[in-house]
Design a protein around this ligand. Structure first.
Ligand code: HEM
Length: 224
């Protein structure tokens, strides 16, 4: 098995792990966004609380949650190792002529910064919603489900919370635009005919997903 650990700890092996986990996390974002659209229903949160109850108690979903945690852990770990290696390599070429700013887009040079903003958002987000949903003591709604809807609405009444969410979605959008394209390149899935389509698809995906998430705090802040 040492060939496998050697392959996975090479730079290309690490990039492949990042690409696969990144695309997997994209699929989570789509499901999370579609589920959270229940928040827009004008029913006092009944549908959203039923959905959250299902997600929190269904054994298949609970098992998939472990896969999700593994996806996040590998994605973040490989990102830290790879950016450390890149920094060390750049340090060695400090005196070489290096027009990195002109040769690569802003998002690709700042994936670490964007990823850090998303990680800070994620820690606050998971503590406030996920942790309190699983281990907190929430009030019950008319169906005796935990009233997560009221927690979401009251959180989104605070301006700093809304600002954090909107800024995090901007960072996520840039991160996804670059990450999506880069994942397909790393996996060797490039084609003269299809790559331009995948690039546009990546843009559309990032903008639709992040605008959808950002719309939630803005909607509750300005209308409820
Ligand atoms: C503004 C839009 C968002 C809202 C209203 C929202 C709401 C929630 C809620 C209520 C939970 C707890 C669900 C439960 O345990 O039953 C949750 C969990 C979670 N959220 Fe979000 N979320 C949003 C955006 C995001 C974004 C952008 C990410 C990732 C970058 C994210 C990642 C997660 C993760 C990893 C979990 C734990 C896994 C899960 O319960 O499915 N969320 N979110």
């Amino acid at each position: 098995m040492s060939w496998l650990s050697n392959a996975l700890s090479s730079s290309i092996g690490r990039k492949i792990v990042m690409s696969i986990t990144g695309l997997f996390l994209c699929s989570f974002l789509v499901i999370h966004l579609i589920g959270n659209l229940q928040l827009f229903k004008n029913d006092g949160g009944v549908a959203f609380n039923i959905y959250s109850h299902f997600m929190g108690t269904n054994p298949v979903i609970r098992t998939l949650e472990l896969v999700l945690v593994a996806g996040f852990v590998f994605h973040i770990y490989e990102a830290i190792v790879l950016s450390g290696k890149n920094r060390a390599a750049r340090g060695k070429q400090r005196y070489a002529v290096d027009h990195i700013e002109q040769n690569s887009p802003w998002a690709s040079r700042n994936m670490g910064l964007l990823g850090t903003v998303i990680l800070v958002f994620l820690i606050i987000h998971l503590y406030n919603f996920f942790w309190r949903a699983r281990f907190g003591d929430l009030d019950k709604d008319i169906n005796s489900n935990d009233d997560l809807y009221t927690l979401v609405v009251t959180s989104f009444h605070q301006w700093w919370y809304v600002l954090l969410y909107v800024l995090a979605q901007a960072a996520l959008c840039y991160h996804l635009i670059h990450g999506f394209k880069s994942a397909f390149q790393t996996l060797g899935l490039t084609h003269r005919k299809y790559t331009p389509f995948l690039t546009y698809f990546g843009y559309a995906f990032a903008i639709i997903v992040c605008a959808g998430f950002a719309a939630m705090p803005l909607y509750f802040f300005f209308t409820k």
